[in-house]
Design a protein around this ligand. Structure first.
Ligand SMILES: Nc1ncnc2c1ncn2[C@@H]1O[C@H](COP(=O)(O)OP(=O)(O)OP(=O)(O)O)[C@@H](O)[C@H]1O
Ligand SMILES: [Mg+2]
Length: 362
């Protein structure tokens, strides 16, 4: 069984705490995406699972055994790196065959495995070429074929698509998802690309500065980000946040900001009252805002960016904070400079303690 667990894992490099108190359980056959900004520790987590780095503390489990003292080659994993490092002097076929040969498997047995890995990745007609005679996407697929040929329990992938161009990335992304469904193998996949994370993951593990912020299915992470960091990291354009303090207007508890009073639902009022937060960041997704003549937040339209399939309207609140509104091409486009009001359903607001970054309420 290909489950992976990290329990209480930490890793320092000198003064840098690359991984902090990490607890993560990856289920058998799950596609788990480790997502976070550059330098947050994603590769270090992957290298700890692979056995290429030793943790300072904590236990690493693969399948049903602790592997802290197991050599990388005996962990039943395969790792694909960003720079897939094919052997330039070997043909595609020999590159794919290499891990089997290293294990001393007899040739006839190897030939069948190489053929089926090549078939799975659409490389059958390219087996006699050398890496230099392939496109970037084809080379990437050879690296993947070389990883799957041994049928390990777990695949570890570190930004395997990052050096492909945009179109090829999308295509290879789809192929990888299909491959994972067919192979029924556990994937731990590292990326800093939120689109990759959102589209590929069964569950996303969002990391920041060496620690896990949230582990949940992509839709849950988007709808209920557990922290201000996750809220701002997932979504494009990013979630707007307006900072204010709990305040009563006509007896009703809301969030008073210098750009206007933001109303709350009864459940949100309860959550705000129950929390110790004194400063609150109110999050609003750009697609959940509407521009019109009514609504709690007066604003001026600063710039309209047209992207073809949608418009991004950048509005300025009365206190100069910027808020981005995303509207479809069917909607009326407001004039730049127009005085408008921003409206939203309170059920779409996200509340965070601005000091700790923790989510308030569901
Ligand atoms: N061998 C090392 N020696 C010293 N510091 C290291 C070493 N490896 C990683 N670090 C530091 O640990 C932190 C985490 O690095 P890591 O490579 O895991 O980040 P990452 O999330 O994979 O980033 P990226 O998206 O840029 O690949 C960084 O601050 C990095 O500089
Ligand atoms: Mg990395």
């Amino acid at each position: 069984m290909g489950q992976v667990a990290l329990r209480g894992v930490s890793k320092h490099f000198g003064a840098v705490e690359a991984v902090r108190d990490f607890d993560l359980e990856v289920e058998d056959q799950e596609f788990l995406v480790l997502l976070g900004p550059s330098g947050c520790g994603k590769s270090t987590v992957l290298r700890i699972i692979a056995g290429l780095e030793d943790p300072d503390r904590g236990t690493v489990v693969i399948g049903d055994r602790a592997v802290n003292d197991v050599e990388p080659k005996d962990r039943d994993i395969a790792m694909v790196f960003q720079n897939y490092a094919l052997y330039p002097h070997m043909t595609v076929g020999r590159n794919i065959d290499f891990p089997l040969k290293c294990r001393g498997m007899p040739k006839p047995e190897r030939a069948g495995l190489v053929a089926s890995a090549a078939e799975a990745l659409g490389l059958t007609t390219l087996l006699d070429r050398r890496p230099a005679q392939l496109s970037g996407g084809q080379r990437q697929r050879v690296a993947l074929a070389r990883a799957i040929v041994r049928r390990p329990q777990v695949f570890l992938m570190d930004e395997p698509l990052s050096n492909l161009d945009a179109k090829l990335r999308v295509q290879t992304r789809t192929e990888l998802i299909e491959l994972q469904r067919r192979l029924t193998t556990t994937f731990v996949y590292v990326t800093h690309d939120q689109i990759e994370g959102m589209t590929m993951a069964d569950r996303l593990a969002v990391m920041n500065e060496g620690a896990l912020e949230q582990v949940a299915p992509p839709a849950e992470v988007y709808a209920h980000p557990a922290s201000l960091f996750v809220a701002r990291f997932i979504g494009s354009p990013p979630m707007n946040t307006v900072t204010g303090t709990p305040a009563r207007l006509d007896g009703e508890l809301g969030i008073g900001t210098s750009g206007g009073q933001i109303p709350l639902s009864p459940a949100q009022r309860q959550a705000v009252e129950a929390s110790a937060a004194t400063t609150i960041a109110v999050g609003m997704r750009p697609e959940r805002l509407t521009i019109g003549t009514t609504g709690p937040l007066p604003a001026t339209v600063a710039v309209v960016e047209s992207l073809g399939a949608e418009h991004h309207v950048i509005c300025r609140l009365t206190d100069d904070q910027e808020v981005i509104v995303r509207i479809g091409t069917d909607a009326a486009v407001p004039e730049e400079g127009a005085a408008v009001r921003l409206d939203f359903g309170v059920e779409h607001l996200h509340l965070f303690d601005a000091t700790t970054g923790d989510r308030i309420g569901r």
